[in-house]
Every structure is written in C-alpha cells, then in structure tokens.
Ligand binder design. Structure first.
Ligand code: PHE
Length: 533
C-alpha cells in the first residue's frame, strides 16, 4: 500500500503526463474509482514543443504502408512536426480497412477484377466491421471526428442455423429460443441435482436455497412441487404476437426435448458474445469503416502519401535509411530518411531487399497468414426486417458460409446489404479459389437453405473479397505460434534505424486497436530516442 502523500504525488504526475483519462484509470488501479477502468495504455503523443524547447532539428521518417499502423505512425509523429512520408502500394489508404461501394474496383492476385455495383448509400466493410468499447480505435474516432453508430453483434431475434445436429437440424432457430431452452434445461438439471443433495459437499443450506432461487429465475423453471421442470416460456418467442383485448398471443412451441436441444449444439454459440472483444455494445463508423483511414489521411496530409508506390527495399545506411520503391509504371525510386517504419504485413515485409540480417527475414516469415473471406449481397427489399423482424445481428451457421451479418445501418430503408459469408480457414480458401460469380452462386445456394427463395430472387448486386488473395494484404490476419519467442521480440525492437509496426506486433491481432497500439509504441520508442540523442 502506498503512503497517502506519495499516492497523491503519483496521481499528480500521471495526471500531468497523461491527462484525465490516464489519471482515472490509475485511480481505478489504486482502488479509488468505483470500478477499475482498463483504459488505453498510457501514451503521450510527441509535441511540437519537444523540438522547440530543446532546439533539436525535425527528423524525416519514411513509413511503408498506409494501413492503420502506418497512418497512425505518421499522424502521431506529425503532431511534433516530424517530416513523414508514407509509401503505399495500393491506390487508397486503410490496408485491410476498406469499404466497397458502387464503383469500387479491385483486382485480385489471380488477375480477376471485380467492380462493385452497389446502389447509392449501400456499402460493405470488406475488412474490419465492428469496434468494442474498450479499444483505442474509439479514441481515434473521437479525436478525428469520425461519427459512430451501434453495431448489432448480438440480437435475440437473429437466427442460429445448424445442420447435422440431431432432430432440430436444418431449421433456423432464434437466439432467444435457443437461450430459453438451453438455460431452461440446464437450470432444471442443476436444480434437481441440488435439491436431491448431489452437491451437498459443495453447498451449504443457504447456498442451496440461493442457487435454487437463481435457477428458477435464470431458467424460468417451475418450483419444487413441479419437479423444477423446464416447460418453455414466452422467452422462446411467439407465433402470434400479444395484442389488444383477448389476444394474449401464442407462445412458440412445442418445446423440444432436452436430448434434442443438446444435440442441436446451439448452446455452443453462446460464449461468443461473452468474449472480451465481442460483447455488446459495439460500434461502427457511420457510412463505412474506411471513414477511419480517410480521416487519418486528411490529418496526416494527402501530400505526404505516395499511392501506387510499392516498397522494394530498405537499408540502414550511414546517417539513416534508404528506401527503394517502384511506381505504377515500374520505375524504381530511392529515398533517404533518418528512420523507416515498416508498417506492412510481415509476410509482405519479408520480401523486401534489406540489410537487416537473416534473423529479421526469418522472424518476418514466422507468423502465419490466415485465409478470410466475405461477400456483400445487396437486396432490393429488407426482407429480414419486413418478414423476420430481425434488425441487424449475426447468424452463425454450420454451412461453409460460417457467419452471416445483417446490416446495422439503413434500418427500415428500401435496400440493404447483407454479409452473406464471413468465413475463415478452409471455407475461406474454398470460396477464395472461385471466380466472383461462382462465389455468389454458392453463397446464395447455401443461404436459400436458411432463408428460402427470397434470398435469391431479391438479390441485386454483390461483391466478394478473399483477403488472402488481395494484393498487398495476402491474409486476413496472422497467427504466431509463440509471442514470447525470439522472433516476436526481435521485430518489436528497432533494427538500426528501421522499426516495424502493425497489429501483428501486438496482443490484439485482427483488430485495429492492435495496429494503433503498435504504432504508438513505435512512435514512443523513436521519439524517445530522438529526444535522447
Ligand atoms: N476482429 C475480427 C472480428 O471481429 C477478427 C476476430 C474474430 C478477432 C474473433 C477475434 C475474435 O471478426
């Protein structure tokens, strides 16, 4: 326990350095705030005055890649007046964060070009699509004026669709029905066991009474007199909605047996929404996820970004670094700077010509890129709202589609764009091998199993992405076998005047939070070094 005076002294110094947010989190850690707040890691952006007050000269930094990590690096260094230049191989900012709208064109690594034909106002987020409350991404949205709206990651009225799962197979089941039945039967079993004394070694008399009261409430089960029976409840939903006068509604039935509910496997879906990063509330930028890179591009300065500039090499040279890159016409250019921050995926960086040593190349090849796929399907009619009364949400399936997402924007509008599949691994590879038309056909054939013919007949436009077949992305995200190993450690350290940044160098891989956090770490390391020189 800290002494009272030193505790105040500590809080004052944190408050000065990090602002009120850091101070509040620190208060939480010390037990002074009502609930501990695990906010962003303490971070102090470089400032103009750091140079002005010390008489140091501005440094030049070349950043490879205008994804979130590269943009955030240039944005943060720019706050102190660093002279940053970003070389980006694609013709747009954002990296994996990109949004397809009508007119979006992309050519994949197999030379297949797609042109999105979505209507005005319709879009699909091809990469990231949801933001948790705890992520620093939300702080950047606030700072950059990116407006947010709720993202529906859990919806009691969305479906779960399982095949090869016993007698309930092949019929969509709403999340609320699945929860009612699974919670109900589990409560019944546990109540019986408790009441019959099977848990007497673990429970006192008071514990048993409280547990039974909890289970009756949680599972909506009957009381002792009725054998703690689960017999369904209106939590399952209705076939006739309750209304006026004599209309008490008709509760959805019949209740399937315990055995059928267990065989259905629907209970295995529930832990998803308990995940630290997946729990509601979640958010998305209004108008598309690419509002984040667009805002960063503007804040960094468009003139500082060279598009269609594919880096080919990086080398430490006396007094700094030299970067080489190819323009859209294939001409090579060389560029000198004080520092370089490589903010590309590791498997792309591994192909650079460099003089950083074999250990660096080996380390860059260590993380394994994953296949990920998505398809956007624009419908003429929002049948999921009109017919199913399902306003947004995720529909998990055992089909090769994996997950389907229903839109969290444009509610009750005329048209809507559904994510027809968001899949990983073998399913993503299977779809990725197909031409777009075949992907769309296969995805629609599968979706018809759940939603019927309207899934085909109301379809208007589609666009698909295989992240692992997209130039300069070549993967959804990467996995390390070991983030305590020498490779991860090596790349988290400066190699001469060259730094690496990206979500792949964080413990929050596959989230923009990881990219922002890694950029902040590199900016802090680099700036501390410049200030110490
Ligand atoms: N962030 C991505 C998503 O939300 C990938 C991911 C999925 C990361 C599940 C963690 C867990 O879909």
């Amino acid at each position: 326990m800290l002494e009272e005076t030193s505790r105040r002294g500590f809080l004052r110094s944190v408050g000065l350095a990090g602002g009120a947010g850091v101070m509040y989190s620190a208060m939480g850690a010390l037990g002074l705030a009502p609930v501990p707040v695990a906010g962003a890691e303490p971070y102090r952006a470089p400032q103009e005055s750091d140079f002005r007050l010390t008489g140091r000269g501005r440094k030049k930094v070349v950043v490879l890649g205008a994804g979130i990590a590269g943009l955030a690096t240039a944005y943060e260094l720019g706050k102190a007046g660093y002279d940053c230049r970003i070389l980006e191989a694609k013709n747009r900012p954002g990296g994996r964060n990109w949004t397809a709208r009508g007119g979006t064109v992309e050519t994949d690594l197999d030379g297949r070009t797609q042109r999105a034909r979505f209507s005005d106002g319709q879009y699909m987020n091809c990469g990231p699509g949801r933001l948790p409350q705890s992520h620093v991404t939300l702080d950047y949205c606030r700072e950059l004026g990116v407006e947010l709206q709720p993202f529906v990651n859990a919806n009691a009225d969305a479906y779960i669709y399982h095949e090869d799962a016993g007698p309930l197979s092949g019929k969509p089941m709403r999340w609320r029905t699945a929860k009612s039945d699974v919670y109900g039967y589990v409560s019944e079993l546990l109540a019986k066991a408790t009441d019959q004394g099977a848990l007497d070694t673990a429970l006192t008399k008071d514990d048993k009474d409280r547990l039974l009261a909890f289970l009756q409430d949680f599972g909506a089960i009957k009381g002792k007199a009725d054998g703690w029976k689960y017999a369904g409840s209106d939590r399952r939903g209705y076939t006739v909605e309750p209304g006026a006068a004599e209309n008490a509604g008709t509760v959805l039935g019949p209740v399937p047996s315990l055995s059928d509910v267990l065989a259905s496997g629907v209970g295995m879906r529930f832990s998803f929404e308990l995940g630290y990063d997946q729990a509601m509330m979640m958010f998305q930028p209004v108008g598309g996820m690419d509002a984040i890179p667009r805002a960063l591009e503007k804040a960094v300065g468009r003139h500082r970004i060279q598009y269609e500039a594919a880096a080919t090499g990086v080398a430490n040279v006396p007094g700094g670094v030299e970067v080489t890159w190819k323009d859209a016409h294939g001409s090579e250019h060389a560029e000198r700077a004080d520092f370089c921050v490589v903010a590309t995926p590791p498997h792309i960086a591994a192909r650079l010509r460099h003089n950083l040593g074999d250990a660096v190349t080996g380390a860059l090849k260590t993380p394994v890129p994953f296949a990920v796929g998505k398809i956007g399907l624009e419908y003429r009619r929002r049948w999921w709202e009109l017919d199913d009364r399902m306003y947004g949400g995720v529909v998990p399936t055992t089909l090769d589609l994996s997950n389907m997402w229903f839109p969290s924007y444009g509610f009750q509008g005329r048209r809507g764009t559904v994510i027809g599949y968001y899949n990983y691994g073998a399913n993503a590879e299977a779809y990725g091998r197909l031409a777009h038309e075949e992907r769309a056909k296969r995805a629609v054939d599968q979706g018809v199993k759940i939603f019927g013919d309207r899934y085909r007949t109301e379809l208007d436009a589609s666009f698909s992405v295989a992240w692992h077949r997209t130039p300069y992305l070549e993967g959804g995200w990467v996995g390390w076998r070991d983030q305590n190993g020498p490779e991860y450690k090596l790349l988290n350290q400066a190699q001469g005047n060259v730094y690496f940044a990206g979500d792949w160098l964080s413990h929050v891989i596959a989230w923009q939070h990881g990219a922002f956090s890694s950029a902040r770490k590199v900016v802090t390391d680099l700036h501390t070094r410049v200030m110490a020189a």
